[in-house]
Structure formats: structure tokens, C-alpha cells
Design a protein around this ligand. Structure first.
Ligand SMILES: Cc1ncc(COP(=O)(O)O)c(C=O)c1O
Length: 374
């Protein structure tokens, strides 16, 4: 149906952040819906700064220090520019020239950490540098996206939006980095839908869900540290996807549905479309964190893909299901996490499944097996 009038729907936004921080909710297939953000990290950046202001932690001209090599840096730089705070971003080589240029145009100071020879890899080195800067500037504010509960807390408004537009949701699929978006959305949706099936999408080489630490071509999701905001017991299912599959899915999302999004959106779409196809009676919402413009000369560029030796390709036959993260092959892998703690999954001989069954008996746990029908 074509909308012929806009009377009554217009709203004057007080800033570009206010205008763009919320996703568009789009029906992609019969039972698959997208929460498509322009720049998802604007939302936690704005929310965390609001909360810090309310708590008296920021004054005009205050210094904000954060580590990020991606979209959280950009979101924070936009918010800090509009609110008049000095921002220092501690990142690594994943901050490409164009992103660095944008951050600096917004007035941010960008520090690149090169050294990875300590625990937690380059992410650990970045966090150590933030601590050093915090000691040098005791009045500064560190948003701390990995541990700050205001990161997941920012997504309650998106859960309301999904509730208003989609109604009751059976399954939520999203990429996991800090854990803020998937964790925050599930926490806000579950009071109404306790059985909501939460599927986290990660990549091989990320330690979040127990894969051994290693190099990662698919960036923006995954981590070499354990973010405090990843509450493992919230997840029903975890998938590890590879760069060639996720890049292929990113292209398919644009080719077939006109959604021009980044590679973590492709990863989310890869898993969500598989889940939706296998559960036709379930309503599935997938999180699509950012638009494709930042990736035009990489993920969308044939020459870059060739240089990296990556041929975007679908994973034939869907994921391989394993019982333990260390059994994951190097291809698309799925594990029924069943709302267990990290230790319960990694050392099941110590923390046997009895814990999960006890939780279920008390109505606390989610489904231990998804309704996959083929
Ligand atoms: C592009 C992109 N996708 C996905 C994520 C993961 O989201 P979250 O940190 O909420 O887990 C991030 C995190 O920075 C991101 O930048």
C-alpha cells in the first residue's frame, strides 16, 4: 500500500542523533523482520552520555575517553561534538583512513595502539591505554561500552518500537560484540515474551562464546576479551559464521531486498533467514547494525575481496551443529547454548546440564532446543 499523506506524522528533531538513532522496522519476508539502523551505536552513545550528564559526571568541556575501532567511536564523536565534549578515541589499525578522517573532522583525537603482545590481544592493549589516559586525566569520563549497563539499557526504546510494529516476537537474531544490543533487546522484550529465543551471531577467532582467540576477517562483531555486557545465560543459540559467507549474505541482502547494509548485518541476515525458513510459524526479528556506505571499498568491492583472497559464497546446507565450542569446524557452526553460563558450556562435565533442567523446572530457562524442522 502506498502512503499518500504524511499529515500528522512529521516531527521536528532536535539533532541528527535524535533523527537517526532509531532503526526502521521492515518486513523482509513473511516471517522475517529487520530492525535496520543507519548507525546503531549512536543510540548507546547518546544514552550513556545522557546518563553521565544526569549523574553529574560531565560538565561543559569535559574530556571523554573510549576505546573503539568502529561505529561506537563514530556515534560517540557525533554526540560529543554536539554536546561540546573533548573526545579521545583509542583504536587500532581497524580504524581505516576514512573513519579516522570523519572522527577527526568531528574534533576527536584518535590514538592508534599498535602493540598486541599482552593478554586480550590488541583489545586488551587498547583498554590498558584507556586506563593510562584515565589516570592522566582524573576528571575524564570513560563510557566503557563493554561493561557499562547503560549500553544494553539504551535498547529498551527499540524493544518498545518492535513491540508496537511487529507485536509479539518469537526469535531475535543479532551480531554480538559488546553484547549491548542483543542483550539489551532480549532483556526488554522478555517481560512480555519470556520464551523469546535469542540467537547470538559471532565469528571464529572470537572468544566471546568460547572459540579460541585468533585473527578475524569479519569485523564489527566478536571480541578478544570477555565483555561484561555479554550475559551468556541470555542466549538460546549461538552461531559462528565466516567472512566469505557473511559477505555473500551482505550482498544478498542488498541484491534481493534492497537493504544496503554492513557485513555484520549480512552475518545477522545469514543466520536469521535460515532460522526463519526453518520455523515458518515463528516471527523472527534480525538486528542490522549499520549501512553499507562505510564498506563500499571493501566488502562491496570486487578488487579488495580478490586482494584479501575472499570469494563471497553461501554456506551450502546450513550450519553444522556442535555440542562444544571447541568442536566447531572452520565453517558455519551452530551450538544450542540453552541459556547456560559460560563455564557450564565450556566444562559441561563440571557444570552438567542438570543446572539447565533445574532452571527450566522453575520456569527460569528458555527452550533448550529450537523448533528447527528439517
Ligand atoms: C557494525 C557493528 N555491528 C555489530 C556490533 C555488535 O553490537 P553490540 O556491541 O551491541 O554487541 C557492533 C559493535 O560495535 C558494530 O559496530
Amino acid at each position: 500500500m502506498t502512503t499518500t499523506t504524511i499529515a500528522g506524522v512529521g516531527r521536528l528533531h532536535d539533532s541528527v542523533v535524535d533523527a537517526t538513532e532509531l532503526p526502521r522496522i521492515i518486513q523482509v519476508t513473511d516471517n522475517l523482520y529487520a530492525a535496520a539502523f543507519s548507525l546503531m551505536k549512536l543510540l548507546p552513545a547518546r544514552f550513556i552520555i545522557d546518563r553521565a550528564e544526569a549523574a553529574g559526571l560531565l560538565r561543559p568541556g569535559s574530556r571523554v575517553i573510549e576505546t573503539s575501532s568502529g561505529t561506537f567511536a563514530l556515534g560517540l564523536a557525533m554526540v560529543c561534538r554536539l554536546r561540546g565534549y573533548d573526545l579521545t578515541i583509542v583504536g587500532d589499525s581497524a580504524i581505516d583512513r576514512d573513519l579516522r578522517n570523519r572522527l577527526e573532522m568531528l574534533g576527536a583525537t584518535v590514538e592508534i595502539v599498535e602493540y598486541a603482545g599482552q593478554s586480550g590481544g590488541i583489545q586488551g592493549a587498547r583498554l590498558a591505554r584507556v586506563e593510562e589516559l584515565r589516570r592522566l586525566h582524573p576528571d575524564s569520563f570513560v563510557p566503557g561500552q563493554y561493561d557499562n549497563p547503560d549500553n544494553p539499557g539504551a535498547y529498551a526504546v527499540v524493544a518498545d518500537l518492535i513491540g508496537e510494529t511487529v507485536g509479539s516476537v518469537d526469535c531475535l537474531v543479532g551480531p554480538v560484540g559488546s553484547g549491548g544490543s542483543t542483550g539489551g533487546l532480549a532483556a526488554a522484550l522478555r517481560p512480555a515474551d519470556p520464551a523469546l529465543h535469542l540467537v547470538g551471531v559471532d565469528t571464529h577467532g572470537s572468544i566471546i562464546f568460547g572459540s579460541p582467540d585468533g585473527p578475524r576477517t569479519l569485523r564489527g562483531l566478536g571480541s578478544s576479551i570477555h565483555p561484561g555486557n555479554v550475559r551468556h545465560s541470555a542466549y538460546d543459540e549461538v552461531h559462528w559464521v565466516t567472512a566469505p559467507e557473511a559477505f555473500h549474505a551482505t550482498h544478498e541482502l542488498f541484491r534481493n531486498h534492497g537493504l544496503f547494509m554492513g557485513p555484520t548485518s549480512g552475518a545477522s541476515f545469514q543466520v536469521a533467514s535460515w532460522w526463519a525458513a526453518h520455523n515458518p510459524d515463528s516471527k523472527v526479528v534480525m538486528v542490522l547494525p549499520d549501512e553499507g556506505y562505510r564498506y563500499q571499498s571493501t566488502v562491496y568491492h570486487a578488487e579488495w575481496l580478490r586482494e584479501q583472497g575472499i570469494e563471497p559464497a553461501p554456506a551450502p546446507g546450513g550450519p553444522v551443529t556442535v555440542d562444544h565450542p571447541l568442536d566447531a569446524p572452520s565453517s558455519w557452526t551452530r551450538l544450542v547454548w540453552a541459556r547456560r553460563g559460560f563455564g557450564d558450556v565450556m566444562t559441561p562435565e563440571v557444570h552438567d546440564l542438570g543446572d539447565v533442567m533445574t532452571q527450566e523446572a522453575h520456569g527460569l530457562g528458555g527452550p533448550t532446543t529450537p523448533e528447527v524442522r528439517s
